[in-house]
Design a protein around this ligand. Sequence first.
Ligand SMILES: Cc1cc2nc3c(=O)[nH]c(=O)nc-3n(C[C@H](O)[C@H](O)[C@H](O)COP(=O)(O)OP(=O)(O)OC[C@H]3O[C@@H](n4cnc5c(N)ncnc54)[C@H](O)[C@@H]3O)c2cc1C
Length: 489
Amino acid sequence: MAEPEIVDVVVVGLGVGGEEVAGRLAEAGLTVVGIERDLVGGECPYWGCIPSKMMIRAANAIAEARRIDGLAGTAQVRPDWAPVAKRIREEATDTWNDRAAVERFTGRGGRFVRGAGRLDGPGRVRVGEQVFQARHGIVLGTGTRPSVPPVDGLADTPYWTNHQAIEVEELPGSLLVLGGGAIGLELAQVFARFGVRVTVVEALDRVLAVEEPEASEVAAAALRADGVEIHTGVKAERVSHDGQNFTLHGAGGTDFTAERLLVVTGRRAHLEELGLDTVGVDAKQRYLSVDDRLHVSDGIWAVGDLTGEGAFTHIAMYQAAIVVADVLDHVRHADGGPDASGTASVVGGAMGATSALGASGSSGSAGTVPRADYRALPRVTFTDPEVGAVGLTEHQARERGINVQIGFTELSSSTRGWIHRSEGFIKVVADADQGVLIGATSVGPAGGEVLSGLVVAVHAAVPLAQLRHMIYAYPTFHRAIGDAIRDLS
Ligand SMILES: Cc1cc2nc3c(=O)[nH]c(=O)nc-3n(C[C@H](O)[C@H](O)[C@H](O)COP(=O)(O)OP(=O)(O)OC[C@H]3O[C@@H](n4cnc5c(N)ncnc54)[C@H](O)[C@@H]3O)c2cc1C
């Protein structure tokens, strides 16, 4: 058996979270080994946020051009997928090649190892024949993979996940989308706008079920207006493929047929692959439990989707900043404190990391490690109109027994919404006892951008009286926030 090689930190999985942690720790002067099984950068740049938003940008351009009729003359639009596929291939993913990302990481001082890493006892990580012993810690950032439901026959068919949907060069004539969550709706609308006949099948009684019911309604209506068929409350019972078409048999006898089937029914962390049993951590959990400094157990941290705190790039980045500060704090203490000799570069790095955290909006101050706080977790579904949300929904707040007040306004009753002829609304959820917002939803053409003011209000617990007496620029979409606040009852 190979002798373990001693290093400072080992990071397993160089997706959004892992790459950020590994790169910053290496820049701080630690010897860092970063292990990646597939592509450095992870899901977001290759099969997630970035290419999907390129697709959405293109699809929205088509939709906007179609709005010229009746507003500004006439326009003829002939959608063509080729430039979208080219842009994803050439600008976003380098044809799914991570050489630039590997160089970015090694350029920051990290050592890169390609392969699947797994824990191999306390402080140890094995990747193939190599074993690393981490002096200061191990960070797990292995993300999630698509979770495919146990539907009879499905596993034997050539169904798509987000990977094939993002990599597609030629669009099919028709597409079934199994799953009406954020990713399903975003992709369904894109493909429909490019002329694909799209059907969404969702088991729950509404699409976008984690958000406010009013948001589900607006999103469903928008997709239907783009020609998407939406079937809710339909549980898939069986899937078959005859070599050309998929047929999805729904409970209750409804069948749906299309050339392609996209399965977007959530994501799963594969904890069973990580050797957690060798360090006494339960691998049967759905996600890896962490505390508010992202500790899994002594000397092990986790970052990103596998923590189950929200499958978003901004969560992975937020957590990465905390992990970096905490690992460096740990190193400083292990090496005898800030004044100990020989730790100058690490201490410098620790202070640098702490101030960078401050700059990125963390609540930390010099010398302290901030703790994760997800109260004001923002999320955006990039359909058109966009659905932005932060904090608790009305239902979640009531379930917690909070004395809830609701404020609501349609975007069309604001001047900008009326001019724009746009669907949407602002809904705010207040804790009447505390006099602050604890949640909000902003749906509209720029719902995700308008959300920022609401995120500040929830994050900083801005008193309602102050929100009521703010000046909101006229005529903006965000001016509707003032109307929703005044509607609180
Ligand atoms: C279609 C789609 C659209 C999305 N859009 C958005 C969006 O608009 N905004 C947003 O905030 N988020 C979006 N997301 C979510 C976002 O992509 C994830 O939240 C983010 O990638 C999580 O980062 P991560 O570091 O936790 O994991 P990942 O990015 O999944 O990276 C984990 C990495 O670990 C590697 N790995 C796994 N196991 C091992 C092992 N044993 N050894 C070595 N390496 C391993 C994997 O190969 C992978 O590269 C989207 C996701 C999808 C699928």
